[in-house]
Design a protein around this ligand. Sequence first.
Ligand code: PBG
Length: 330
Amino acid sequence: MSTPAFPDIRMRRTRVAPWSRRLVAETTLSAADLIWPLFVASGDAVEPIASLPGVSRWPVAQIGDRAREARDLGIPLIALFPNTPGDLRSIDAGEALNPDNLICCAVRAAKDAAPDVGVMTDVALDPYTAHGHDGIIDAADCVLNDETVEVLTRQAIVQADAGADIIAPSDMMDGRIAAIRKALEGSGHCDIQIMAYAAKYASAFYGPFRDAVGSRGLLKGDKKGYQMDPANALEALREVALDIAEGADHVMVKPGLPYLDIIHRVHERFGMPVFAYQVSGEYAMIEAAAAAGAGDRDALLMETLIAFKRAGCSGVLTYHAPVAARILTS
Ligand code: PBG
């Protein structure tokens, strides 16, 4: 056995017992750090999503139960995403502005069932467009920024009118936070929060989400013309600075684990609440690794979640939110 170079300094001393490890833990995780994204089905049946084992789309009639489940688990916020029926998808994404669309009905169901649970809604047009892009396109399939921002702003007000507590623009158009903030102020919604998907990367990790909201088969091309290049970090800081200046209350980095450096830099630089979206592909990877016997699902999951907290996150959007909350309270 070799003697340590400085025998009086033993880093392992505090690691020996569980009580001591708890005492010196620099980071903690609780159910209050979790945001639970939920998919809404248009029919009456629960629809399992094959590429997200363990995740389903819920009919509006069961969204209230999910909101109560979140409340009982101590999860403060749910995020709703609709799977719009195909015949309601169009070039102009008009269904996004229908005050009785799937998302608005789901918001009302959640708030009726569990008013104490926050409800966040997604502002972007991809669940409503016939082509799967997040905005209005021109003849060359290019997403038009300013025309899209106009629709997104109206979409945000429709969602706020339905009772959403947090508006979360995930579209990556320029100037949308300012436009939405101004419209919220102008329509009596001055207490509605905005969580900006500020640094959202054009990522290969979104596949199962696109299955869940039914846009995978529809999408023409890719989203690299508006979502960020994974090669860039300084650009992410500019995106975040802009969204904060435009009136965001929270900023998000997405995907999660491959972008911990961005989260850390945003946390250090801005001192704003920063959230990570542990996206669908990350969920699927954890489940697949566990199913293949490559690791313990719960241990893999909890290690990723504490990593987000260590990097500086105020919280994490994760499809594993109820699983994690149960682990934390057991
Ligand atoms: C689109 C949107 C996406 C996600 C959230 N909002 C996918 C995309 O940009 O194509 C991905 C979330 C996930 O993968 O879990 N507005």
